[in-house]
Design a protein around this ligand. Structure first.
Ligand SMILES: Cc1cc2nc3c(=O)[nH]c(=O)nc-3n(C[C@H](O)[C@H](O)[C@H](O)COP(=O)(O)O)c2cc1C
Length: 198
């Protein structure tokens, strides 16, 4: 009888050790995967013009954006997806730092509700970075192009997207399949790190 209990105990111990081992190797690979996406992310400004981004990928990017942290969980973001060629071309012509829209098959405009949240741009910046990381993880390319805080650029975006008055555009993200080679920059700088005090 005692031997039977000992035998069952040993089996349970082996099972729980195996489960422990599996979960620590899973979390190690999750860490590696996340860090690799963070460090591989780079701005991509050249795209295969005629290769569209799939509907599934667009939804995946929007879901990633909306998974971002948000002040008081207000989620002050709104997203405008642009895949109309003529709109992309007109915006490229008018936005001085978003000329690559002329090559991109689509763009996501991340906008904020200025009435619901005074610091809407913080929620929207977090959502934008999430989208850029999801872009990197799926082999697509994208770049943050600034609308806010430039009044002229915001007006151009508002004109083409017909945003209501309380909604402002933070960023236009051209997205597509990358053309050519793009490499991440190593920006780590020890001098920017201050321990306890400056
Ligand atoms: C607030 C902000 C505004 C930016 N605006 C533009 C822009 O208007 N046009 C552009 O081509 N890139 C823009 N960028 C992308 C930066 O130029 C780019 O992130 C930087 O050069 C570092 O390169 P990396 O993204 O490859 O690491 C912007 C990035 C940020 C965070």
């Amino acid at each position: 009888m005692n031997n039977k209990i000992l035998y069952i105990g040993i089996i349970l111990l082996i099972i729980s050790l195996q489960a422990c081992n599996q979960s620590s190797s899973e979390s190690l690979s999750k860490k590696d995967a996340v860090l690799s996406v963070i460090h591989e992310r780079k701005s991509v400004r050249n795209f295969v013009k005629d290769r569209p981004v799939s509907k599934e990928d667009i939804e995946m990017l929007l879901r990633a954006g909306m998974a971002a942290p948000s002040g008081k969980n207000v989620q002050a973001w709104e997203f405008v997806v642009i895949d109309d060629r003529s709109t992309l071309d007109k915006m490229a012509a008018e936005l001085p730092t978003a000329k690559m829209l002329a090559e991109a098959p689509m763009a996501i405009v991340v906008c904020g509700d200025t009435v619901r949240q005074s610091y809407w741009y913080l929620d929207c910046a977090a959502a934008t970075e999430n989208i850029l990381l999801a872009v990197e993880a799926s082999g697509l390319g994208a770049v943050w192009t600034a609308a806010y805080p430039y009044r002229d650029r915001m007006n151009t975006v508002i004109k083409y997207t017909e945003l209501p008055p309380q909604i402002l555009p933070l960023v236009v993200i051209p997205v597509g399949h990358p053309m050519g080679k793009h490499s991440p920059k190593d920006k780590y700088d020890e001098k920017k790190v201050h321990m306890n005090k400056w």
